[in-house]
Design a protein around this ligand. Sequence first.
Ligand code: AMP
Length: 137
Amino acid sequence: MNRPDDCLFCGIVAGTIPSQTVDSDERTISFMDINPATRGHALVVPKRHSTDLMDVDDEDLAASIAAARRLARRMDEVLQPDGFNVLNACRPAGWQTVFHYHLHVIPRYEDDPLKLPWIPRGGDEDEIAAIAEKLRT
Ligand code: AMP
């Protein structure tokens, strides 16, 4: 996809917007999030522009999850968190605010303030089965 002139993460990839870059490879770069959810929160971004999960190239998708795991392993050594979340926000309803596909790598600590954003409770079995049937066909 063509790079939009006003894409923030394309600017970071190009080096025209500053970032605290921590990792890069042929397809991705990773840098610290300026609004960290927890200590060490970072982002993995394919160098090639795509808008979101729906249009990211398959190889960039694979490279981004590989880079996320590499970064998580590095954080594990350096920051010694208790766990991780790897998160993608897709479209505004899915919390996306920067429209260049990326993964969040969020180290988790037993005493951090993050909460599960849904309440796990039993769903309607018929509805679950009906949706599963639609997804299968
Ligand atoms: P999302 O809301 O999932 O699209 O994630 C976008 C993320 O980019 C947010 O967590 C922001 O804090 C982060 N962010 C925005 N501007 C910058 C920047 N200049 N450098 C690093 N992270 C940024």
